[in-house]
Design a protein around this ligand. Sequence first.
Ligand code: NAD
Length: 482
Amino acid sequence: MMLGRKQLLIDGEWRDATGGQTMPVVNPATEDVIAEVAAAGSADVDAAVRAARAALSGPWGRLSARERGRLVWKLGERLMDRIDEVARLETLHNGKPIMESRHIELPMAAECLQYFAGWADKLHGETIPVKGKALVYTQREPLGVVAAIVPWNFPLLLAVWKVAPALATGNTVILKPASQTPLTALALGELAIEAGFPPGVLSIVTGSGATVGQALVDHPGIDKVAFTGDTSTGRGIMRSAADTLKHLTLELGGKSPNIVFPDADLDAAVRGATVGIFYGKGEVCAAGSRLLVDRAIKDQFLAKVAARTKKMVPGDPLDPKTRLGAIASKGQLERVLGYIEGARREGATLVAGGQRTDIGTGKGYFLQPTVFADVTPAMTIAREEIFGPVLAAIEFADVDEAIARANDSMYGLAAGVWTQDIKKAHYVASRLQAGTVWVNTYNVYDTAAPFGGYKQSGFGREMGRHALEYYTQVKTVWVDLG
Ligand code: NAD
């Protein structure tokens, strides 16, 4: 099935890339090319920046906060109206099960738009009692033009986590989706036009990270870069953004520990350990990819995890019953297989999965969900982000060793704790170096709850009230009353 040729959205118009180049979009479940999208260059980025700057001082800049909020709300409504179609696109270009895109992630994206729509007219400044005769007040103002650069694992949701607070607070946005998964960002552009956003308020530029992403990061007309992606890309962006001193938020990788104590509800912990790593094929920044299990229950617990894992069979992502889809790209499949091979070489014990597989069509980038036991903290699969359905089980002897092993990572995105002892749960939560700690649950999110990293998992927060601070700046006004 071919979805045709897709253009860039710049200044409210659909256009080809200036250089006329396009790039293919592949369905990872069939290996078919399903669309050609424009591959933008720096002239296109320039045009998008000009339009975004002009929009700041156009009708968009003159809207009241409430009217702005109403538009963002409407965008959420339009997304829900077209959710079946957009969810299908999300599944087609990423390989994720339609159950995840249609029933979890896109509804979350719509909710996120409507949550931030509600904040638009509730953010305000303060008056400050200073010495002397003066009235001093603050107001919150938008930063200006925001470049939102997002990865391929949650193409629309991670875009909306940036677009919603940025627009609700009065910025204009240029969105660059990952080159593998541009289709739903383009759909968001269509919905924004339908919702009535003025031209230039939301532009969508598709193309490679090295060209379009880098041009956005370097452009002096961009005020902020909101980035989600790999930690090494984030480091490069931080270096480049220094030249023009841009505001920056980075949501980067993770190697999150999921810690199981012997006093946990073990059946719930088994479910949490598997959902924690296999949701989204493990292509989840917060995936519970390190399973830390108390030595006393390790064998029994891992036997249950392995049994449950072996029952999880990848299927056609468009089938509503499928719970495990296709790895998002050939390159990613090869990368993950490389880690599996490396883990074997380093002496970890394979207890489930480990092989490429297919769904009877002989096509597609499918991988068996995989579990390794006897992983030591020094092994590569205990240290590096694999970004695939591979779980590394590591044992610990007591609470202190569990905490030390959990924190023994350059990352600090999330962590899970499984125990029925309330004191232990809160104590461990307080000691973990992670932006999110889940107790007796894993991989749950809410648009009102902030999410983001400690350590090299990045900085800034998305979702919740905290996100608003990263899209606004404070102006202090002094009025002489003397
Ligand atoms: P990536 O860093 O390769 O790409 C992310 C985006 O950056 C893409 O749009 C890409 O085109 C663009 N890009 C690449 N080079 C660039 C450059 N030099 N300048 C500007 N933009 C550039 O990451 P990926 O492989 O698409 O995504 C996987 C990574 O994302 C994983 O490491 C994962 O942990 C991380 N992630 C983090 C979170 C979080 O919230 N912390 C959420 C999801 C994914």
